[in-house]
Design a protein around this ligand. Structure first.
Ligand code: FES
Length: 181
């Protein structure tokens, strides 16, 4: 073996070592990248689900100034009525009868809810006018921020009778904290 060939063989070894080192580092980085992607994809569906359920839960019911006191608006998809009381307070009444759960329509002529199943009747605030319904129509939680009304249809509130503290006024933010100015 000539002198030149021996020098070349000596230089070849560190070059090969450097190449292998670079290869291992590259493979390590690829594996790390895949691991990070796996972790992210594990969490992403959960985040999507959360957003979806939040959107489903909160129904945008418009702004307070579009409602006239003493009127009832039906929200078919949310299965509730948004009632604007004579004093400007709002209630979100479940459309399910508290007797056996039939859908209760609002009778504008008679100004009451009349159940088609067993004839229970409720006034505009959901109070029972005639049995067999055992208690007032359930409520859904309302929030009013900057005049925008939102109804949380996953937050059902059972009650025996209507009382004024259940109404939400434009100045308030949540059911039960009604302070009319
Ligand atoms: S379900 Fe409404 S009165 Fe029976």
């Amino acid at each position: 073996m000539g002198k030149n060939k021996m020098i070349e063989a000596k230089e070849e070894k560190p070059r090969r070592r450097n190449f292998l080192k670079a290869l291992w580092i590259s493979l390590g980085l690829v594996a790390l990248g895949e691991f990070i992607l796996m972790i992210l994809s594990f969490f992403r569906p959960a985040l999507k689900k959360e957003t979806g359920s939040t959107q489903q839960r909160l129904i945008d019911a418009g702004t307070t100034d579009t409602y006239t006191p003493g009127t009832v608006a039906a929200f078919v998809t949310g299965q509730f009525y948004l009632v604007c009381l004579e004093d400007g307070g709002f209630l979100a009444l479940s459309s399910k009868c508290t007797h056996l759960g039939c859908a209760v329509p609002w009778d504008k002529e008679q100004q009451k809810f009349i159940c088609p199943c067993h004839a229970s009747q409720f006034d505009i605030s959901g109070n029972v006018l005639s049995a067999p319904a055992p208690r007032a129509l359930d409520l859904f939680k309302i929030s009013i921020v900057n005049k925008k009304i939102r109804v949380d249809i996953n937050n059902r509130i059972k009650r025996n009778r209507f009382n004024r503290s259940q109404a939400v006024y434009p100045e308030t933010v949540a059911l039960g904290k009604a302070v009319k100015k």
